[in-house]
Structures are given as C-alpha cells and as structure tokens.
Design a protein around this ligand. Structure first.
Ligand code: UT7
Length: 312
C-alpha cells in the first residue's frame, strides 16, 4: 500500500526530427539496418536553445496544468536525467523556479541512466511519505544528442531527446510494489570525468542487449512474486524503450503481447524520459484509466534496473 495515483502527464519534444536517412548523413548506416535491428524510424534532437532543462520545464508545466493541482501544493520535484544542462544546479531546481513552486520543498535530480525515471518515482514516494505532503512532480528528461559521438554508428543512431512529466498523489490505500537492482558494469558510459577528458557515449551493445532481454522478465517476475499478481492482473506493461527486439524477446518469455506499449519507432531511446513519454502518449490516446494496474520496467547504464507495479 502507500501507492501513487497518477493524476496527470505531459511531454515535450525538441523542434528537430531526424529520420534514419538523415542519420546516414553522419555515419554509414541505413533505414533498413536501424529499423530492422531496433525498430527505430526517427528521433528528436534539440536545436539551438533547447536542452534537458527547457524540455523538462515544458513537460512539467503541461502535467501540472492538467493535474489541476495548485503549484503551491506540489510537495517535491524529482528529475531523472543523465544529460542535464548543468551538473549543478540540478534540473529539478530549475523546474521548481520556472513553475514558481513552494520554497519549502525538496528538489533533486536522480542519475540512474535509463532506469532513472522509476528511481525518481521511488524517491518521490519516499519524500512524500517522509515529508507529509501529497503531490509529487516526477520528470524524466534527456538531451542524449549532447553526449553522442556522431561519428560512431553503433551508438549515435540509437538515442533521442525528449522529456516526460507526471504528477502523482500519495494514496495510502493504493497498491504499490517495487524492485531495484544493480550489476556494477561500465558497458554503457558517457559524461565528463574531467574537464579535459570528455567521454562521449560508448556502449557494448551486445552485452547490454543480453542484460536487458534477461532483466525485463526477471524484474516483472520479481514484481509479480512480491505483489502476488500474474500477467492476467495487469492492464499495461510499460518498459524503457531501448530496442523493439528486446521488448519482443521479453514478450516471448512473459506473454501478454497486447499489454506491452511500444513507441520506440518515433522517439528512439530517450533514456530516463522514455517511460514518462510513453505514459503521456497513452494518456493522450485514452488508454489509461483510473484503477488500472500498470507494470513499468527500466534498465540501463550502471547497469541498473527498476520495476514498479502500481494501480494508477
Ligand atoms: O538504454 C540503454 C540500454 N541500451 C540497450 O538496450 C541497447 C542494447 N543493444 C542493442 O540494442 C543492440 O545490440 C544494437 C542495436 C546496439 C546493435 O544490434 P546488434 O544486432 O547487436 O548488432 P551488432 O552490434 O552485432 O552489429 C552487427 C553489424 C556489425 O557489422 P559486422 O561486424 O557484422 O560487419 C556492426 O558494425 O552491424 C554493424 N553496425 C551497423 N551497420 C549499419 C553497427 N551499427 C550499425 C549502423 N548501421 N548504425
């Protein structure tokens, strides 16, 4: 119990769309290879003036408006990102300022790569429980294009930029089950270990594929064991969107094909933003209804994973 009711969602995307053919201007690749190996058909990349902060603010403003909750009642802001505009100040603190939220609330960023959004939900729930407030703004935002090596075809075609935001209400009567895990590994890395040694995105794709295809079924089965549920009890499974083949491999293990939401074709891998973007798309299409049981699974650099099963 002590679950989270999903009150509203929002998403924001950069103004530039790049097709797979556009990517072949940068590297030797093709729509056939990218589409066939990953399911990706296009991605969004930030243009001048757009970044993980501007996207997070736009998505958050939408979610807050749609929630109908006064800004002053938001009890915490948790933003998942691995490609924020700044390391300091946090993206969450800038969202807080742009939305003129109450001064006496915690705001922080969470770095757990592509699993980040679900870690952020978990942290937000903990902050609400500890702080006695009811509403949380939880965001996933990424400018993955800022960490990509546009000469490396094994990574640059896979990622995209975007943000998704959610407003949750703490509800003591609502079901909530979560699991997390870590297998310390450098199979995916990017960032700035020192000013003189910037590390663009590097990834051992095959190792991460094997990890992901095994960890989604494990995570879902762990959630079911912990919550005493089966796939029959679930309305939707929303996984981090990294590769359609990873999702299909998981579906073969778990069943419930029609419950798995997929949108990687339009966004590519938006890392910590992907699950929040998917939730907003589903909401927009009228697929989400109060009381539905949703399973969400994130996995990525770290290597980390997280699963949450909740009734929205
Ligand atoms: O969100 C974080 C989690 N990340 C993931 O989940 C990513 C998991 N991994 C994957 O999705 C897949 O491993 C990739 C999509 C990254 C790669 O697919 P793959 O089927 O494992 O391909 P591969 O790495 O075995 O490469 C096959 C061939 C290679 O050529 P050779 O050595 O067989 O001649 C690559 O050089 O494909 C080549 N290749 C490309 N060809 C055209 C690699 N990238 C490209 C490309 N265009 N963009």
């Amino acid at each position: 119990m002590n679950g989270l009711k999903l009150l509203a969602t929002g998403r924001a995307l950069p103004s530039q769309t790049l097709s797979n053919d556009d990517m072949s201007r940068y590297v030797e690749t093709s729509d056939e290879w990218i589409g066939g190996r990953t399911g990706i058909r296009q991605r969004y990349f930030c243009a001048e003036g757009e970044n993980a902060t501007t996207l997070a603010i736009e998505a958050s403003r939408l979610a807050l408006e749609r929630s109908g909750i006064p800004a002053a009642e938001i009890g915490c802001v948790v933003v998942a990102t691995s490609s924020g505009e700044y390391v300091m100040p946090s993206t969450a603190s800038m969202v807080h300022g742009a939305l003129a939220l109450d001064e006496n609330i915690p705001t922080l960023d969470v770095g757990a790569a592509c699993a980040g959004f679900l870690y952020a939900v978990e942290v937000a729930r903990g902050l609400l429980l500890a702080g006695g407030r009811r509403y949380a703004l939880v965001v996933g935002t990424e400018q993955m294009s800022s960490v990509l090596d546009m000469t490396d075809r094994t990574t640059c075609v896979l990622f995209g930029d975007g943000a998704g935001a959610t407003v949750f209400e703490l509800d003591t009567e609502r079901e909530y089950v979560s699991v997390q895990g870590t297998r310390s590994d450098m199979a995916i890395r990017s960032g700035c270990p020192s000013i003189t040694q910037k590390v663009p995105m590097q990834m051992d794709g095959q190792a991460v594929f094997r990890f992901a295809a095994a960890i989604i079924p494990k995570c879902v089965q762990d959630l079911f064991a912990k919550g005493g549920r089966t796939m029959d009890d679930v309305d939707w499974v929303v996984c981090h969107q990294a590769n359609e083949r990873i999702l299909d491999a998981s579906i073969r293990r778990l069943g419930g094909k029609e419950k798995f939401y997929k949108n990687i074709d339009r966004y590519a891998n938006t890392s910590a933003a992907s699950i929040a973007i998917a939730l907003d798309e589903m909401n927009e299409q009228g697929l989400l209804e109060e009381g539905q049981r949703i399973v969400m699974v994130g996995f990525g650099g770290g290597l980390t994973w997280a699963g949450i099963m909740l009734c929205i």
